[in-house]
Write a protein that binds this ligand. Structure first.
Ligand code: FES
Length: 125
């Protein structure tokens, strides 16, 4: 059975649901924090952080989706090693100091491999 389905299956005893939840937290997860919504989602290699946020209805700001507006800018707090290297668009749009502080563009930052990743949408305005 799908582990997430088990989490929300009301017919399962509460104790079993708790055990499943504990298992999920030890596996590869992405913690994404939008403007007001924060969720744990399963990372899918090949998808951007923004795609993950949109797929899971997290209120992640964005506009152009091509690396120019920076509305999707985010700070990766954990798991940067599980993301592809910054794109040319990110190098053009972000300052070197921002990279040092873990900032990426959500529409450009692609998940490379599964792992524990944490990011929050942090725009300039
Ligand atoms: S949506 Fe515009 S830079 Fe990402």
């Amino acid at each position: 059975m799908n582990r997430f389905r088990m989490l929300f299956d009301k017919k399962k005893p509460a104790q079993e649901a708790i055990q499943v939840e504990a298992t999920v937290t030890h596996e590869a997860t992405m913690k994404l924090k939008g403007n007001t919504i924060e969720k744990m989602v399963v990372p899918e290699p090949g998808k951007t952080i923004l795609q993950h946020a949109k797929d899971h209805e997290i209120d992640w700001q964005h506009m152009c989706k091509r690396g120019t507006c920076a509305r999707c800018r985010c700070q990766v707090l954990e798991g940067a090693e599980f993301l592809e290297e910054p794109t040319e668009a990110e190098h053009k749009r972000l300052d070197p100091e921002e990279f040092d502080e873990g900032f990426r563009l959500g529409c450009q930052a692609v998940v490379k491999t599964s792992g524990i990743i944490s990011a929050r949408n942090k725009t300039y305005f």
